[in-house]
Ligand binder design. Structure first.
Ligand code: IFM
Length: 468
């Protein structure tokens, strides 16, 4: 009798981590971060144009010019997407192009997105539109911005203009991108435009952004009934650094401000009771008028999840009066968990994505989820051989796709994944130095170079998943 023994060097059989049929594979960008052409075809200033002019507000004095000059190079960029085999492209529309100064519709501004959408469709790429990725017309800010209730209604009018023109071709809609940043970073810590540092203003912005979301949902339902629509939130698993009551309380506050203050109104029709109490000193209960919560809870077809990392939270040790994003919990501490960090200083925590998706599925059931952003900045450069070798980004993406797959395997209704970002771009107050792209951009020459991680991601897209 003979026995066959596998040689010790034999590799185990390949295991496929396939995603569900019809899974959407894409990449994402945002208007102000890539378009440039800030004064072209009738566009007027957004709050970010104004903010970039403030000395010291943005690293290196960087501005929205030229960004990746996508406004003029969109055809080349669509070709790049097609060459990578992407199935979808999530981009945002610039409000100050479509309604300059927040006023009348500017057809020339809409024409740009019309051309982009048609070009995408011709390349077999599904257009996913975000209506608001932070570029509020400066004129509306001067009238009160998101602290002013009327801005929510102006946003709905703008949403109608976009849906009326593009609604016959768009595959999916996000009303707002990361209202946490717009409210708490824009009006709380002031690290982002419009650079206001007022806790009460931040809280007013939360409610008016949510109201704007609900009003825009109603307009999307009317003007673009065929395509799924929802909101995109930047969500974080939050854990307490210890079981000490003060740390547990700090984690509750952070989870409330970061996650539940947005999730619950949209998906459950009301602010969480503890958050309402926490934010009462800053005026939240008084902002909520009759009927607002029903509008905000207009049913969504999807939740967009932007995931970058998890938060480990501890109670404050010192009190300071510095402006903060953490309204009412200003001096909360965020502790490192000892993982490697990206160029943003953010720890790489792929398992947090599984945890987050499982939590959303458990607490807000039957809701289709899309990862609308996930990615990492690393200090990439073009080598002498013309290649951009970025193994850290590839490892980051692979880890997070495995984590997403683990959630799918556990039964989560995850329907898509958009890598942040298609192109290197203006990383807001960090300027152009932080490169998140799958495609490297030389901002002097505007030359695009496909990074090695993009070639790898292209293979994942082609196989509808990973192979190990
Ligand atoms: O670049 C941003 C994007 O605009 C919103 N989500 C996070 C990204 C990385 O910071």
């Amino acid at each position: 009798m003979t026995m066959s023994v596998l040689p010790s060097s034999a590799s185990p059989p390949a295991v496929s981590l396939e995603f569900p049929t019809g899974f959407v594979w894409g990449a994402a960008t945002a208007s102000f971060q890539i378009e440039g052409a800030t004064t072209v075809d009738g566009r007027t200033d957004s709050i970010w144009d104004e903010f970039c002019r403030r000395p010291g507000a943005v690293a290196n004095g960087d501005t929205g010019e030229p960004a990746a000059d996508h406004y003029h190079r969109y055809a080349e960029d669509v070709e790049l997407m097609a060459s990578l085999g992407l199935g979808a492209y999530r981009f945002s529309v610039a409000w100050p192009r479509v309604r300059p100064d927040g006023g009348a519709v500017n057809e020339a501004g809409l024409d740009f997105y019309d051309r982009l959408v048609d070009r995408l469709l011709a390349a077999g790429i599904a257009p996913w539109v975000t209506l608001y990725h932070w570029d509020l017309p400066q004129a509306l800010e001067e009238a009160g911005g998101w602290t002013y209730r009327d801005t929510a209604f102006r946003f709905a009018d703008y949403a109608s203009s976009v849906a009326g023109r593009l609604g016959d071709r768009v595959a999916g809609w996000n009303t707002l991108n990361e209202p946490w940043c717009s409210a708490f970073v824009g009006y709380g810590s002031g690290r982002h435009a419009p650079g206001v540092t007022s806790p009460a203003a931040a809280v007013a912005a939360v409610h008016h952004l949510l109201l704007g979301h609900g009003l825009a949902m109603e307009r999307l339902r009317a003007e673009a009934p065929g395509a799924p629509a929802g909101i995109t939130l930047n969500l974080f698993p939050v854990s307490a650094a210890s079981t000490a009551a003060a740390d547990v309380e700090a984690a509750r506050r952070v989870d409330g401000l970061q996650n539940r203050v947005f999730l619950d109104p949209v998906l459950r029709g009301g602010y969480p009771a503890d958050v309402l109490t926490d934010l009462a000193p800053y005026g939240l209960p008084a902002l909520v008028r009759e009927g607002d919560l029903a509008v905000i809870a207009t049913p969504v077809d999807l939740l967009g999840v932007n995931y970058y990392r998890a938060l480990l939270v501890a109670a404050p040790v010192l009190r300071s009066a510095a402006p903060s994003e953490w309204v009412g919990a200003e001096d909360v501490r965020f502790l490192p968990s000892g993982r490697p960090r990206t160029e943003m200083g953010w720890e790489v925590q792929p398992e947090g994505l599984t945890e987050l998706l499982l939590r959303l599925d458990a607490e807000y059931p039957r809701l289709p989820l899309y990862v609308t952003e996930n990615g990492a900045a690393y200090p990439d450069s073009v080598g002498p051989d013309g290649k951009v070798r970025d193994p850290s980004r590839q490892a980051f993406l692979e880890g997070h796709l495995r984590a997403a797959h683990a959630a799918v395997a556990a039964g989560v209704d995850l329907r898509g994944y958009f890598c942040w970002s298609l192109l290197d771009n203006l990383e807001w107050a960090e300027g152009y130095a932080k490169r998140f792209g799958l495609v490297h951009v030389d901002f002097e020459t505007q030359r695009r170079t496909v990074k090695e991680s993009a070639r790898w991601y292209s293979g994942v897209v082609a196989r509808n998943g990973l192979v190990e």
